[in-house]
Design a protein around this ligand. Structure first.
Ligand SMILES: NC(=O)c1ccc[n+]([C@@H]2O[C@H](COP(=O)([O-])OP(=O)(O)OC[C@H]3O[C@@H](n4cnc5c(N)ncnc54)[C@H](O)[C@@H]3O)[C@@H](O)[C@H]2O)c1
Length: 373
């Protein structure tokens, strides 16, 4: 087994790729980013320059030929995750795939199979499992602080994504549920010790971004777990005021509330404004809530360090391709539920021709009856 810092290549050069690069620099002793690949000329070079990454490629397949690279992170649009994962696995490198795992369940299964076949790890980029505040809630729950947990809520909301491809359902697979609900579903599943998901009930609608996308910009999702607990996952691309992420945990003996951003922020008033408050905040004037140590509070540096430890065989992956597939199956059931206007029991198999979870909502009988004309 190779020793020393794990050599990493990043695919993508924009939002999440920047977070990966910054996170590896926050915890520099376990891994080093040696290469970056992104197709738009100049973009990868700009990120490489910012983080002193030595090698730059416009075609990620060329980066995969670099023999010393051991782990590759995928920070590219959802529709590319499956092909990239298969290519990385075939090159014999470990994979960190950003959420959501893939566009279809068949793709997700093929990704897991490709990793197994090539003897590499497929790790799933779900940082909520590493978010310090949420980890504390889980530690308390596991220590019995709340007795038997019967309800967990997780919500993530903002005013919509930063890049055009998110709004195009053929590249993203869906709206707020696909983009943000994957966090909440993964969180509830993990918090409850991976109790199987028995059913999903979802309601969704498009309130403010109908001109821009066919996708839902608001969604409510209720999950029933085999152990009797319920998860409520709320997501929005319609919520103004910057990123909002929070959890609530209720058990027979207690409860806990955690507000990831505002709970950690400095309550601030400024006439003049200042540099940066929080992800997707539209202004820094007036009353604002600037966060500090944003990436650390999200958990991304801890997540990527953990994955580097897994590559060295020091730890076992806490978030895997299999977890991503459980989440994707629940997302499919969620879109089917909203489309059919009823609770969907799992396991649920979407019709094989469905290549895009949101089509189950867009073409569903319930949606056809209620969609505004
Ligand atoms: N874990 C999180 O909280 C989180 C946050 C944001 C995004 N994400 C996920 O990360 C992924 C990327 O999202 P983003 O926000 O960085 O998007 P983005 O639009 O900011 O960046 C996408 C990147 O992919 C690159 N790309 C496009 N086609 C490519 C190709 N063929 N080969 C290589 N690179 C290609 C683009 O050039 C760009 O650099 C998505 O799957 C998204 O869901 C996760």
């Amino acid at each position: 087994m190779t020793n020393g810092r794990v050599k990493v290549g990043i695919i993508g050069s924009q939002f999440q790729a920047g977070i990966h690069a910054a996170s590896f620099q926050i915890v520099p002793h376990e891994a080093e980013v040696v290469a970056i690949a992104s197709p738009t000329p100049g973009n990868a070079a700009a990120l490489a320059n910012r983080f002193r990454i030595p090698r730059v490629f416009t075609d990620y397949r060329e980066m995969l030929r670099e023999r010393d690279i051991e782990m590759v992170t995928i920070a590219a649009p959802n529709s590319l995750h499956a092909k990239m994962t298969r290519d990385i696995a075939a090159a014999g490198k470990h994979i960190v795939c950003e959420k959501p795992l893939a566009m279809t369940i068949a793709e997700g299964e093929a990704m897991i199979a490709a990793a197994k076949r090539n003897g590499v790890l497929l790790m799933y980029g779900e940082e909520l499992l590493f978010t310090p505040k949420y980890l504390k809630a889980k530690e308390m729950a596991d220590a019995g602080a709340f007795g038997k947990v019967y309800l967990i809520k997780q919500s993530e909301k903002h005013f919509g994504p930063h890049s055009a491809w998110f709004w195009d359902v053929n590249r993203s697979g869906g709206g707020a549920l696909m983009d943000l609900g994957c966090h909440g579903i993964a969180f509830c599943y993990w918090f409850l010790g991976r109790s199987p998901i028995k059913s999903v009930y979802c309601q969704m609608s498009t309130h403010v971004h109908g001109e821009k996308t066919k996708a839902e910009d608001d969604s409510l999702c209720i999950l029933e777990f085999a152990n009797g607990a319920v998860g409520l996952v709320e997501n929005s691309w319609a919520r103004r005021g910057g990123m909002d992420d929070r959890i609530e945990v209720f058990g027979e003996a207690g409860c806990s509330y955690a507000n990831l951003h505002m709970g950690n922020a400095l309550s601030t008033y400024s006439e003049n404004g200042y540099g940066y408050a929080v992800e997707k905040a539209p202004t820094t004037k007036g009353w604002t809530y600037p966060v500090f140590e944003e990436l650390w509070n999200y958990g991304t540096p801890q997540e990527l360090t953990h994955f580097a430890h897994c590559v060295r065989g020091k730890e076992t992956p806490q978030a895997t391709g299999e977890d991503g597939l459980v989440v994707l199956r629940a997302i499919y059931a969620g879109y089917a539920s909203a489309g059919e206007g009823r609770k969907i029991a799992l396991p649920y198999e979407p019709p094989p021709e469905v290549k895009n979870p949101i089509d189950l909502w867009l073409n569903g009988a319930a949606r056809q009856q209620t969609a505004p004309h």
